[in-house]
Design a protein around this ligand. Sequence first.
Ligand SMILES: NC(=O)c1ccc[n+]([C@@H]2O[C@H](COP(=O)([O-])OP(=O)(O)OC[C@H]3O[C@@H](n4cnc5c(N)ncnc54)[C@H](O)[C@@H]3O)[C@@H](O)[C@H]2O)c1
Length: 303
Amino acid sequence: MGKVPYTYMDSVSQGWAVTEADQSLLITGAAGRVGGLLRPLLARPGRRLRLLDLREPEPAAGADEELVIGSVTDLDAMVAACGGVDAVIHLGGQSAEEGFDTVLESNVYGTYAVLEAARRCGVDRVVLASSNHAAGFHDRRDGLPDGGLPADAPARPDTFYGWSKAAAEIAGRMYADKYGMDVVCLRIGLWFPRPPGLRGLAMWLSPEDGARLVEACLSAERPGFRTVWGISRNTRRWWSLTEGKSIGYFPVDDAERFADELIAGHGEPDFTADPVLTRVGGQWCDVPPGRPYRAGPVPEAGD
Ligand SMILES: NC(=O)c1ccc[n+]([C@@H]2O[C@H](COP(=O)([O-])OP(=O)(O)OC[C@H]3O[C@@H](n4cnc5c(N)ncnc54)[C@H](O)[C@@H]3O)[C@@H](O)[C@H]2O)c1
């Protein structure tokens, strides 16, 4: 990815609100799907959201927001964007499988630039959007401990994308150990308005629980380095909520309320034998590395 010129957009002329804020949060990748769900739910009196993305997001009603157009791969831009913020929520980058160089640049170098910029600016708390695909090859058919698959289970990436998220987690670990920063990595399941398919019955993260999770990451007292699953309190979950609980994350939503509708559309799921449902990464485990992939049928080799 080429360098994107850093632009700090004038908040007033762009129609973004400008007031005194008690707390300032930088959200990278704020124009994406998760950013769009999260921003209105993080809005609070006295809290300003500084949004950074390659592209301009829609303004969110009621939120005190300012906008930075720039790339997470531009260290200078990230240092400028981190100035004066209390915490960083890092969502920006490649959110699906892509060619190796693209994934490496946006997710590995990008996460380095975010962590390094935070450190240089004295921002001691960073929330990293990792992914279930960092641990995609864990398979419940191999057995599960009481309480479910731990959130800090060893990385078993299912794609270059998952590998980049595992690398981002390890970078977070280094910044926590070396500099005493608080870095919480979210191994996100499916953060959508509603579960997008049968996998979602186990791994859905509702928008409201997503906001609860981020609030827990922001307010936990000196968490140090943590890895937590980003899922709701789904009846069919098999990933542990213990690590989330330890930072004060208490999800309340349950994908089960969508079960009848999903089963009517996709058939009865078998969470004990179907490899799409027993592997953390589902069908992504079968995706050829480096082949652009977001969701849907897995491309045949040679396609
Ligand atoms: N949505 C989910 O269910 C889910 C699941 C697992 C992990 N995640 C992770 O959560 C984060 C957000 O996911 P999403 O679904 O909103 O993805 P998305 O693709 O909708 O949004 C990503 C945003 O990052 C921006 N971006 C890309 N490269 C950038 C760069 N170099 N600099 C600045 N911004 C850049 C894009 O413009 C986009 O707005 C991602 O890191 C993704 O890997 C999401």
